[in-house]
Design a protein around this ligand. Structure first.
Ligand code: FES
Length: 117
């Protein structure tokens, strides 16, 4: 499957260490729900639904900067920002979108990735 890069916006507009929700329509009409977390010059992007009970992480989640995790505020499942892996349950992870930060500082996300239904 070829990449489907979608421009989010300038890196400098993303707040540090705070989950930010972004919605985008794919070319096939499906809608991508993305949660973005900036850490310095890096940006992590995941499907914006907790795999436990589908809580929107951009609204109910928070970043534990010391642990490097995105934590769901409903039942406190924690996911590593680098990989999306649950920190305690093997095989449970957030669907992760590839992220690109271009030389001009624009952040893009590859929406060809599909979360499991
Ligand atoms: S819905 Fe996220 S931990 Fe339960």
């Amino acid at each position: 499957m070829s990449a489907a890069w979608h421009v989010i916006g300038p890196l400098v507009d993303l707040p540090e260490g705070e989950p930010i929700g972004h919605r985008a329509d794919r070319a096939d009409g499906t809608r991508a729900e993305v949660v973005l977390v900036r850490r310095g010059d890096a940006v992590h992007a995941f499907h914006d639904r907790c795999p436990h009970r589908a809580a929107p992480l951009s609204e109910l989640g928070f970043v534990d900067a010391e642990a490097g995790t995105l934590v769901c505020g409903w039942h406190y499942w924690a996911f590593a920002l680098d990989s999306g892996d649950h920190t305690a349950v093997p095989g449970v992870r957030l669907c992760q979108y590839p992220v690109r930060v271009d030389a001009d500082g624009l952040v893009s996300v590859d929406l060809s990735v599909r979360p499991a239904p």
